[in-house]
Design a binder for this molecule. Sequence first.
Ligand SMILES: CC(C)(COP(=O)(O)OP(=O)(O)OC[C@H]1O[C@@H](n2cnc3c(N)ncnc32)[C@H](O)[C@@H]1OP(=O)(O)O)[C@@H](O)C(=O)NCCC(=O)NCCS
Length: 159
Amino acid sequence: MKFSFRRLEKEHALSILRWRYLPPYDSYNFDINTIQAGLCYLIDPKNAFYAILNVHEELEGYCSFGADGQVPGGDYCTEALDIGMGMRPDLVGQGQGKHYAEAVVKYGANQYKAQKCRVTIAELNKRAQRVWQQVGFEQIEKFVKTGTEEEFVIMIYAV
Ligand SMILES: CC(C)(COP(=O)(O)OP(=O)(O)OC[C@H]1O[C@@H](n2cnc3c(N)ncnc32)[C@H](O)[C@@H]1OP(=O)(O)O)[C@@H](O)C(=O)NCCC(=O)NCCS
């Protein structure tokens, strides 16, 4: 599968804000009541969001590199590139996740000259954990998000 990456533009962001994942993954849906705030967040260069495009330049997912991928309460002392990722809802659950994750790691590590990549995932989201495991990530930590009872895991990969 061939993908290209481009800084997220307004049109991409507006599509992503409308994407709807089905339960139990609906916590990844953006809040439609705060579209403007979501838009500002997604296109703010310091949040480093990128569009994942197919060969026809169609939007198939997005990713972020840096602080967006961190969750309060985790230990981020080790230097590593934090990665966030989301595929278009109609593409999930078909065994394709590893191809997207592989491409994201390759692009991010090259772009940011990273020696290590890191993902932080809800402990309940076994599907996402499995995808990153398939790409070579290993769990190094489990923690509770500050101010909540939600458990998260941190997985890391040496490039
Ligand atoms: C997370 C995401 C990238 C996973 O990609 P995907 O294409 O949906 O996942 P796949 O269909 O490739 O499944 C990956 C693996 O998880 C397994 N899996 C699916 N549901 C599972 C479950 N409930 N428990 C355990 N394993 C599960 C699949 O069987 C597959 O493993 P296998 O290849 O050994 O059979 C994608 O769903 C996504 O972008 N979701 C957006 C929201 C999100 O979860 N974000 C998390 C941050 S990465």
